[in-house]
Design a protein around this ligand. Structure first.
Ligand SMILES: [Cu+2]
Length: 279
């Protein structure tokens, strides 16, 4: 197929417009706490940690873009100005103290500039503030179990629900937490290594058999937030979603009352029955 210049231009313009429209609609249809079609950015932050991660990501993106363009500019200048044709008699300079000090010091300063916010973020993630409640998430082949030791010591299983939306992320029993409260999440694995990850909260932590890991989040928005096991843990690895419902304090309190009754008699609820026996 042969295209005239005008047709070609129109086609390219059309493609560009389509791209812009796609990007705009992608941003518009992006729902809080879950992936969106054609999404290329991080999910919208729902915790202070994720806000920090997003800021750091954007900061680094700007920095590496500027550095890459600068290096590209230098390369282009060298290619154009110093090739054999335009520069037949090359300079014999081998030393320039000012430039050598500059190209040592400036990268060091850039790295320090990256290290400061990087360590601040690391400490924010690892220093768990005084927790309002603790939830223990146990990874199993291939679903999650959530225990609430501070709220009546019940435990329940959370399995992917085929009939629920979003597809492959909906579960039968969601983890429920109160908004604006520090939730400490302890993770372990019952069989193999799993990993507890919720993108909008900025958390991802391994769930390892025989070991208790912990992380935390403080959701500042209510709604549904979805994640996934992020460790290759067997054939149904892709089908053990994590769904967290963030609700108000009153809603959480009434959910706890309901959950205590609903899950008290769950057969095989080893955690609750062991806790009951110990009392
Ligand atoms: Cu897993």
């Amino acid at each position: 197929m042969k295209l005239s210049k005008g047709q070609m231009g129109a086609r390219l313009l059309g493609l560009a417009e389509g791209g812009v429209a796609l990007a705009a609609s992608g941003a518009a249809s992006a729902e809080l706490g879950q992936p969106a079609p054609w999404e290329y950015r991080l999910q919208e932050a729902a915790t202070p940690v994720m806000e920090n991660i997003t800021w750091f990501h954007n900061f680094l993106l700007v920095l590496i873009t500027v550095i890459t363009l600068f290096v590209l500019g230098l390369l282009v200048a060298v290619v154009i100005k110093f090739n054999a044709r335009s520069n037949p008699i090359p300079s014999r300079t081998t030393h320039n103290t000012l430039i050598e000090v500059a190209w040592t010091l400036i990268p060091v300063l850039i790295l320090v500039g990256i290290a400061v916010p990087s360590f601040r973020l690391l400490f924010l993630e690892l220093d768990i503030p005084k927790a309002d409640l603790t939830i223990k998430a146990t990874g199993k082949q291939w679903y999650w179990s959530y225990a609430y030791p501070d709220n009546g010591k019940f435990e329940f299983d959370s399995l992917m629900a085929q009939d629920k939306q979003p597809r492959l992320l909906g579960v039968d029993n969601e983890m429920v937490v109160p908004v604006n409260k520090v939730v400490r999440v302890q993770t372990t694995g019952a069989d193999v290594i799993h990993s507890f990850a919720v993108p909008a909260f900025g958390i991802k932590i391994d769930a390892i058999p025989g070991r208790l890991n912990e992380t935390w989040f403080k959701a500042t928005k209510t709604g549904m937030f979805y994640g996934q096991c992020s460790e290759l843990c067997g054939k149904d690895h892709a089908f053990m979603p994590i769904a967290v419902r963030v609700v108000s304090d009153q809603e959480f309190a009434s959910w706890v009352e309901e959950a205590k009754k609903k899950y008290a008699s769950t057969p095989g609820n080893a955690y609750a029955s062991a806790a009951g026996a110990a009392q």
